[in-house]
Design a protein around this ligand. Structure first.
Ligand code: ASP
Length: 178
């Protein structure tokens, strides 16, 4: 019961955190001048997770997948959705067939959307981002929702090409969760 001003203040705070969960997971992919590929995904898990929950980050083939012949891929966001489509492995396999990294990441977003029959009302409740890098150093990323965060920035990822670092926009499957 929200019967006191203190509880009402907490309820507003909790709602805000649920709608804008703190993030911090990092998927980092690299290729060196010899074409050797490496990758890592660090996480403390999804905010407000159930005790004992295992997200996608520690699951090889979901939160991270590296194949030294092809490239690497990983993800941040709602891990359950990624596990259902084995996102990291799926993206690398699409790149193996010649798909560019951004298109492969968009295809992964489409598979997530298809798990909900493209029902935007249900898809609006979460977001997920995929990142990919191929052996030639071509990189890409796609996000389910391109909605700007509270600081007004659209989803982007950081790239260092050996000389300088830049933020690159993630390709959105859907423009804004509205
Ligand atoms: N993907 C992580 C998980 O589901 C969370 C995150 O990216 O913030 O555990």
């Amino acid at each position: 019961m929200l019967d006191t001003p203190e509880k009402q203040a907490w309820a507003a705070h909790i709602e805000d955190v649920v709608l804008h969960p703190p993030t911090g997971t990092i998927n980092c992919l690299a290729v060196n001048e010899k074409g050797e590929i490496s990758g890592v995904t660090t996480t403390s898990g999804l905010a407000w997770k159930l005790a004992g929950r295992v997200g996608d980050s520690p699951i090889i083939g979901a939160g991270l997948f590296v194949d030294n012949e092809v490239g690497a891929a990983g993800s941040t966001g709602r891990g359950e959705e990624n596990i259902k489509i084995s996102g990291g492995h799926t993206i690398v396999e699409m790149m193996r067939k010649g798909m560019p990294p951004t298109e492969a990441c968009l295809e992964a977003c489409q598979r997530v959307a298809r798990s909900y029959n493209n029902d935007k009302t249900r898809l609006r409740r979460f977001n997920i981002t995929f990142y990919a890098l191929n052996k030639d150093g071509v990189h890409g990323s796609a996000v389910l929702w391109g909605t700007p965060s509270r600081n007004g920035r659209r989803p982007s990822y950081a790239v260092h090409d050996g000389v300088e670092a830049n933020l690159v926009p993630c390709a959105p499957l859907f423009e804004t969760a509205g």
